[in-house]
Design a protein around this ligand. Structure first.
Ligand code: 16G
Length: 240
């Protein structure tokens, strides 16, 4: 399970192992994870190494220690600051998690009036409609339904969408992404989304509609995203 030849330190590998199990619900919220002794035996490492991995997750807020009782799983939400325009892949990478996607649908459509206005398109212009389920270390986190002008993103395809859309826009297309406006709302998940997100009904979700712009001022994406409320917590800094 651990790769002892790897240059990745053992404690980091154990940390990732624990994180994965927490996010997949195998170590449920409020329950104790295996003891330091058990993990030491399981991984055949020193107690110090196990302790280092646990401490790191305690500092991250994923675990908490209770004297004499063990180490427990805290509610496992990722904190998403609403201050920088980052991609899902970047967000997960910065947390030591691996982003992956499942492309549910990819087609060219004539947008409705609302999307058309938000993307500042004329009546004849079509858009790519992309629906992706986004995973962090194989755990479903969000559903993103994006609309992108065909005129701007000509050539977008399923292969590109398996990877980072932002990387494609910035590196391959050499467009400069600038800013976005968005609104958030709470809702109850519908049947189809509950299936994609692997959550029960009823469950609360957080929905975001975002319009993102290039530095030229041109809107390049309208996205309607559905986030698991048990996995996300949004934070922002506000000034007087
Ligand atoms: C973020 C964006 C989304 C964008 C995606 C690109 C929301 C609210 N925000 O999740 O608009 O399409 O990142 O991520 O959904 P990627 O580069 O990893 O494909």
């Amino acid at each position: 399970m651990l790769d002892k030849q790897s240059t990745v330190p053992m404690y980091v590998q154990i940390e990732k192992y624990l994180k994965r199990h927490i996010l997949q619900g195998e170590f449920p919220v409020g329950k104790a994870i295996p003891s330091e002794r058990e993990l030491t035996e399981q991984f055949d490492v020193s107690r110090m190494t196990v302790r280092q991995a646990i401490t790191s997750l305690v500092n991250e807020g994923m675990l908490y220690r209770e004297k004499g009782r063990g180490t427990f799983v805290t509610a496992t939400k990722v904190e998403q600051p609403l201050t920088r325009l980052t991609s899902f892949t970047e967000d997960m990478f910065s947390r030591g998690m691996k982003a992956s996607n499942r492309l549910v649908s990819f087609k060219i459509i004539t947008p409705d009036k609302d999307i058309q206005a938000k993307l500042q398109l004329s009546q004849e212009e079509d858009v790519y409609q992309v629906i992706r389920i986004r995973y962090a270390d194989n755990v479903p986190m969000a559903i993103e339904k994006s609309y992108l002008p065909v005129s701007l993103m000509e050539g977008l395809n399923e292969k590109i969408l398996k990877e980072s859309l932002y990387a494609y826009i910035e590196k391959d297309r050499q467009f400069a992404i600038s800013h976005a406006t968005q609104r958030m709302e709470a809702a109850l998940v519908n049947k189809e989304d509950a299936m994609h997100l692997d959550i029960s009904i009823p469950s609360a979700i957080i929905t975001i509609e975002r319009i993102s712009f290039l530095t030229t001022g041109i809107p390049f994406e309208v996205v309607r995203s559905t986030y698991r409320s048990d996995r996300y917590k949004f934070t922002s800094e506000i000034r007087r």
